[in-house]
Design a protein around this ligand. Structure first.
Ligand code: IMP
Length: 201
């Protein structure tokens, strides 16, 4: 008798290798066959033009899901600084301009915060799973901390060297990848997602 093993398929709506690895590590052990935008090179770039993390996550997942007729997972993240009324927020990747490097963005943020006493900030991740035959799943998670006045640490990416984690006062760039995944905005979204996906038939 021939055995048919049914694999659930999910497409990650990104070409960011770090995100793909992080999501695969969660999705493969619970039985998913995981694809990403690298498998669909012809798909045009998705314009992130919504006014919230949730809106952008939903737009990316829905557009790709409609195009491929498959389940799609996407996320949108960024840094919100209280003294800057939530900036850089949804513009975190291009705070210092369209082709800004991580260093450009960090420099501008340190400058914008130069005379600010309130340095409270948080990272946000909004995650969306868009299905063909079910209501979408939305999860939002945060990592709380504050903005430093200098750089420290060599790990991670983006704003990690200037972000002081509230829990222990270390910079996020001083965390190992495993340590960061355990507490990060994106890591917590993925952890919350596992039991929800496991319960979906
Ligand atoms: P994305 O939507 O996840 O690609 O994130 C947009 C931008 O937010 C990135 O380019 C980074 O500047 C910033 N960002 C998001 N997550 C992190 C993080 O974990 N550490 C540092 N910066 C982050």
């Amino acid at each position: 008798m021939e055995m048919v093993i049914y694999m659930k398929e999910i497409v990650i709506a990104t070409k960011n290798k770090h995100k793909i690895e992080e999501m695969k590590a969660v999705l493969i052990p619970i039985g998913y066959d995981v694809l990403s935008l690298f498998d669909f090179d012809e798909f045009p770039e998705i314009i992130e033009d919504q006014d919230s993390f949730k809106g952008n996550a939903m737009k990316k997942a829905k557009e790709l899901s409609d195009y491929l007729n498959k389940t799609v997972i996407s996320d949108d993240s960024g840094l919100e600084v209280e003294a800057l009324e939530g900036a850089p927020g949804i513009f975190s990747a291009r705070y210092a301009g369209d082709n800004a490097s991580y260093e450009d963005n960090n420099e501008l943020l340190l400058l914008s915060m130069k005379h600010k006493e309130n340095r409270t900030a948080r990272f946000v991740t909004s995650l969306c799973v868009y299905f063909r035959d079910k209501e979408p799943i939305f999860i939002e998670q945060y990592l709380y901390g504050s903005i430093a006045k200098d750089y420290k640490g060599a790990n991670g990416f983006g704003y990690d060297p200037i972000f002081i984690v509230k829990e222990d006062g270390r910079r996020l760039a001083e965390y190992t990848m495993e340590e960061k995944n355990a507490i990060s905005h994106r890591g917590k979204c993925l952890k919350e997602l596992i039991p929800i996906l496991e319960n979906i038939k």
